[in-house]
Design a protein around this ligand. Sequence first.
Ligand SMILES: [Zn+2]
Ligand SMILES: [Zn+2]
Length: 360
Amino acid sequence: MNQHLAFEASFASAPDRFPARQAVLVEPGHLELREVAPPRPGPDEVLIRVKCALTCGTDLKTFRRGHPMWKLPSPFGHEFSGVVVECGDRVTAFKPGDALMAAPTAPCGICFYCHRGQENLCATVMERMIHGAYADYLLIPAHVLGCNAFHKPPELPFEEAALLEPLACVVHAQSQARPEKHETALIVGAGPFGLLHMLALRASGVREIAVAGRGQERLRWAAEIGADVVIDTRGADAEGQIAKLNGGFGPDLVIECTGQVDGWNDALKRARRGGRVVLFGGCAPGTKLELDTRRMHYDNLSLMSPFHFRPRDVRRAYEMLASRAFGAGAVITHRRPLADLEEIFSILERGAVLKCAVIP
Ligand SMILES: [Zn+2]
Ligand SMILES: [Zn+2]
């Protein structure tokens, strides 16, 4: 039986799988769970049964205000893992039944930026991004399958495998930041990205890691996962606590993960003389930053604002997740069924969640 027929047969024997559910972001603040026919993979594509999709800060921002790079209405969700249910005729790397984890994008490999090793800036990387992981089924297109897709190790839970994309962003940022073992790092923002950064710094042996953020629950999670110092930025003595870091010199490395202009300004203020500032969280379109030129120059600050990731970062993130020693699963604090998606986003708005695993 060829694979198309096998697929039809499996649907025929399980009619409850058809039609399938697909979350669509109709406009900011308005999600719909629609019934759709699962797409049929082309010759170089596969269809997966989604086992887990994770909520992401980018999704929350897009839910609130749309996204400059994506048109609405759009299928929604981009962090996922699943099991292959149907393969195109030319696919040899995967077969039905294989567990798959993938990033939602892959570069073209032939544009100006790809040729310079900056595949994160590839001319087509964002427009060809996979959207639609909050669904029963998801099509994995050829460019992703051929570059940023992996067989999920059997011992790695599906929900941790779905962390491949956010961890690849973190790996990319830290490859620019080059943390050293003797350093003190400050992470501004105790959300999922802040804590993934913390785990990655921990894994590279950084001596002291402080996390500054808001929300008691988030700060408690940060401490539980392994922050050496936790600073409540709404507390009376936040600035004093930050100034005391690193023997009173201030942090060598500051990683900004709030995506707010205030957070960017704070990050710039807090780095020590000669320090490095990673502006990781993208801010709303149209926002501007004012720089103190004196401080920039005479305090010799280095600024980095890494965006997205390259295939080498995805591979490294895959290795970190596969090793299981990394403990990335700690940032998944909630699990809910796909049917609850609207409610999940209202819980995310309140901030009492790091990442929620959405289970179809
Ligand atoms: Zn994401
Ligand atoms: Zn390219």
